[in-house]
Design a protein around this ligand. Structure first.
Ligand code: 26V
Length: 797
């Protein structure tokens, strides 16, 4: 094995390297250097230590003739990378010592890095965890995506309302990418297709260049480094000289501006299909560039295209890169001259598709008008794929081309060798609902790969107190073999050990409470239960169920303030899609409730509410280690998996949750006694929804719920505008599609059980510790091993 072994690095070596970069890469003396200069110099010093292993990984992959995995994703929610790099290279002590030695505040330097929010939520963060696990498992892999100039919008509140502003991560210097001007592909759109001696020739009317930017992703111990390759759109010609010479400078700059639009912004929506031409352009842009790159690399090693499925596995992260199917067929058939059927067979041998949601509004489909205008040749190929599939399965009743639409889910399914769901429940529902007919035709295609999270970021790095205790107790083998956390179980009955576990949590909570006081003006008692719901705002995730319960609880405390209540702070964070007005109303309601409840001197030592602005990966890393209780309360059948749920359990926060997504598997692993279950099951949800007046019945049956709704209705939380939440009330008391009212009573019951359990510190610490000890299965290393064996046929090198 010629895997790079890391040279040992002392803090002195590192300090010298930092000073070198400060001088020679950034032209600064220590006296003149700002925090950003130090951050860049440290990042370069760390990055240098990845490069050898990066080269070695590439060399070894070529030597082994290994199969490569390509992960195509519109989103990579990578967050900050510096600490990740430091931790994975095991340089945390040296880096801290080196910076301290230089008179710097280590944490402040790390905090200077912008959070790269190149994703909306779960799907993008999963892609980031997967890249890290692929490197940890030394699986030859590459992520392909878009180098958005502006990631997910920044969220602030004005009068409790969400206000969006552009995110500008690239305005600060970015230490991690290598620009690759030589890796540049021309991508066409529009135009026409003509037949030329039996071949279809597509002549696009518009072209842009895709230029690669590479970010090294180091696995645990830095032994293997893969690449995240993000494409940036550039004009084919920098500017139009004729216009310029005529003095029309705006027109001269137009091609550049137009091209750049493609990689300018991340679509800030994770539920609704935008129908926007630009989004389809983005999808084709990065997918086409990735496929050209993949074929170029294949060609450099092999000369027989029938080898492609043996050497290349392509994963489509949701349908966003689904155009890969027709594009790969086009490249193989139109451009390389393979017979159509053979091109299709080879493409199907390489492609795989992960479904991340069953929400009908999030299943992509494009009107054939838009699709055909932008991608005329692809529309023909989709029709041909659909025909071929129809001929092979004459009994089928569906088509990927019904209603003048191109249905990307069906297209992906048909073009994929394997299709996977992201939790056992979700995969089962895929088979029974959206893909029922396709599943009957292709019974071996659908497999389950329950999501996971990387333990390096989501325990080792974000929660040093707990990870030190774990390492003290069982050694550090858990970091890349998370199931070893089971070895903690035998210590849970030891009161001394449990106290250490509880102390780590308490200190994390004290840190969070200081931070809340300093930055958010929120003052909370670290002894109170920290009850946290952080995720995108969506009706199916039911943040409104949580706030309704908070209102009911507040009213009850007011009735009898000295009844021995368990003190609690409910913390929320999450962004709503800018056009999703209902979700924005829920944010405003939570902020209004927080204002009123936190001002109530009779209750505020028992209950507080806080909505923290601008939820992102960095904030999650701060909140999760300090959580006592994890809120995973979606309507059963709606949350495909969840990954936040795993991070909380791993960090010793029991869940209050429904039998939805991976909650089901979390409960199986941590044990029913260590999970606060409530609510209807997915089949019960379907049944209840058909019952006329289900919401009204639930409200009538539960005076607490009726009273909480009344308080919203009568303007208790919006005295200046009592009708402000008429829409929410009307929805909940009427249609209530997500069954908030029907699940309220059982949720309230579960929360009182939580109160009782928390009031017994020894019992709570035991439950929390067992959550950590039994969460090892939720490592993304386990998930990636599953993909490697069941889907990709790829091996660790
Ligand atoms: C759809 C669209 C439509 C157009 C605008 C941009 C956009 C962005 C994302 C999506 C689909 C989002 C699907 C998604 O994020 N699903 C989540 O995936 C997680 C990882 O598998 C999973 O844990 C969550 O339960 C699931 O909601």
């Amino acid at each position: 094995m010629n895997i790079a072994t890391l040279p040992t690095v002392s803090s002195d070596n590192l300090r010298d390297a930092i000073l070198n970069h400060l001088a020679y890469s950034f032209g600064k003396t220590p006296e003149a250097a700002q925090t950003e200069d130090w951050r860049m110099a440290l990042s370069f010093a760390i990055r240098d230590r990845m490069v050898e292993a990066w080269f070695a990984a590439t060399r070894r992959t070529y030597e082994a003739g290994a199969k490569r995995v390509y992960y195509l994703s519109m989103e990579f929610l990578i967050g900050r990378l510096l600490e990740d790099g430091i931790v994975n290279l095991r340089l945390a002590d040296q880096a801290r010592a080196a910076l301290t030695d230089l008179g710097l505040d280590y944490d402040a330097v790390l905090a200077d890095e912008p959070d790269a929010a190149l994703g909306n939520g779960g799907l993008g963060r999963l892609a980031a965890c997967f890249l890290e696990s692929l490197s940890t498992l030394s699986c030859p892999a590459m992520g392909y995506g878009i180098r958005y100039e502006h990631g997910l919008f920044r969220q602030s509140f004005q009068g409790g309302r969400q206000v969006e502003s552009p995110e500008t991560w690239l305005l600060q210097r970015h230490a991690w990418e290598f620009e690759r001007p030589e890796a540049r592909y021309r991508i066409g759109f529009g135009g026409e297709v003509r037949e030329d001696r039996g071949r279809s020739v597509w002549t696009p009317s518009e072209q842009v260049d895709a230029e690669a930017f590479d970010t090294p992703i180091a696995g645990w111990q830095g032994k293997w480094v893969n690449t995240l390759r993000l494409w940036s759109a550039k004009a084919v010609a920098p500017f139009d000289l004729d216009s310029f010479n005529r003095g029309d400078f705006a027109a001269a700059a137009a091609p550049e501006a137009l091209a750049r639009t493609i990689s300018r912004v991340l679509y800030p929506d994770d539920t609704t299909e935008q129908g926007k031409e630009l989004r389809l352009k983005q999808e084709f842009f990065f997918t086409a560039a990735a496929l050209r790159d993949i074929l170029r690399r294949f060609d450099s090693e092999y000369d027989d295209l029938s080898q492609l499925p043996a050497k290349v596995a392509i994963q489509l992260n949701d349908t966003h890169p689904a155009i890969a199917g027709p594009e790969l067929v086009r490249l193989l058939h139109d451009e390389r001259g393979l017979p159509f059927d053979r091109a299709m067979e080879i493409a199907q041998g390489c492609l795989n598709y992960t479904n991340h949601t069953l929400l009908p509004e999030a299943l992509e489909s494009w009107h054939e008008g838009v699709f055909g205008k932008l991608l005329p040749r692809h529309l023909q190929i989709v029709d041909r794929i659909d025909d071929a599939h129809g001929k092979a399965h004459p009994s089928r009743s569906f088509s990927m081309r019904a209603d003048s639409q191109v249905k990307m889910g069906e297209l992906s399914f048909v073009m994929a060798n394997r299709v996977n769901g992201v939790s056992a429940l979700h995969t089962g529902l895929m088979k029974e609902t959206v893909f029922a007919e396709l599943h009957a035709l292709h019974p071996d295609k659908i497999v389950n790969e329950t999501n996971g999270v990387t333990p390096r970021r989501w325990l080792l790095s974000c929660n040093p107190r707990l990870s030190n205790l774990v390492t003290d107790t069982i050694g550090d083998g858990w970091v890349d073999d998370l199931e070893r956390l089971k070895e903690l179980e035998s210590h849970v009955d030891d009161a001394g050990w449990r106290d250490r576990f509880a102390a780590a949590k308490r200190d994390n909570k004290a840190d969070l409470s200081n931070w809340l006081a300093e930055t958010q003006g929120v003052s909370v008692d670290p002894e109170a239960m920290f009850d946290i719901q952080i995720k995108r705002m969506h009706e199916y995730k039911r943040q409104h169920l949580n706030i309704l319960e908070a209102i009911a609880h507040w009213q009850e405390i007011k009735d009898d303030p000295n009844a021995g209540w368990t003190p609690r702070i409910k913390i929320f964070a999450g962004k709503a899609a800018p056009g999703y007005f209902f979700a924005k109303d829920i944010i405003r309601l939570i902020n209004d409730v927080a204002r009123v409840v936190n001002a109530d001197t009779a209750t505020r030592d028992k209950l507080q509410v806080a909505f923290l602005p601008n939820y992102n990966v960095t904030l999650a890393e701060r909140l999760i280690p300090a959580a006592d209780l994890s809120e995973q309360i979606s309507t059963a059948g709606k949350e495909a998996s969840g990954t936040g749920n795993m991070k909380f359990a791993l960090n010793g926060a029991p869940t209050v949750g429904t039998l939805d997504g991976a909650n089901v598997e979390i409960r199986e692993h941590v044990g029913a006694d260590n999970f606060f279950l409530f609510g209807m099951t997915a089949p019960e949800v379907t049944e209840r929804r058909m019952l006329d007046g289900h919401a009204r019945a639930a409200i009538e049956a539960d005076p607490r719920l009726a009273r909480a709704l009344d308080a919203i209705r009568d303007g208790t939380f919006s005295p200046d505008d009592p009708d402000r939440y008429a829409g929410i009330i009307e929805n909940l008391a009427g249609h209530d599609y997500f069954l908030v009212c029907s699940d309220f009573t059982d949720y309230w019951r579960a929360q009182r059980e939580v109160d009782a359990a928390y009031a017994d510190p020894a019992r709570w610490a035991g439950m929390a510790a067992l959550n950590t000890a039994r969460s090892g299965w939720f490592s993304s290393d386990r998930t990636i091993r599953g993909y490697m064996s069941d889907i990709w046929g790829a091996a660790s090198l």
